[in-house]
Design a protein around this ligand. Sequence first.
Ligand SMILES: [Zn+2]
Length: 156
Amino acid sequence: MLTDARTSPSAERLVRALRQAGLRLTPQRLAICRYLAETPSHPTAQEIYRALKPEYPSLSLATVYNALETLVSLGAIYALGDAGDDATHYDANTEPHLNLVCVRCHRIVDLPHQAITQLEQEAEAQSGYRILGARLVYYGLCPDCQRQAASATNAG
Ligand SMILES: [Zn+2]
């Protein structure tokens, strides 16, 4: 049985956001928050659903989408758009960073960068906006897929 003691600080942030939005904190919603906070993999709604369904048989895909949309609307997580696989990927890391998307295996990794922190500070200073988040996505081929493409070429 998972208890509140196992909720990480970052999951706490997401749980607070749901509570603030007036959503009831069901075990399913808490599990979604924990999963988002702990995975480095930028999951889609389907991936979250598949990962949690065995432990939460009553979980529905609609519940997952609903929680994700609420968290996105509050700026607690980011919707990254698709990674070449026609499914929206979600990112619970709201620190300034780049997302690098592999168009072949659809893997997404985070790349923190000082220049992005600086860019956000300058954008705030010049516009008077308070920046709540950013979506910076670079598309390319990851090192693994580059190696595979190279060996396929050599073999052919
Ligand atoms: Zn790849």
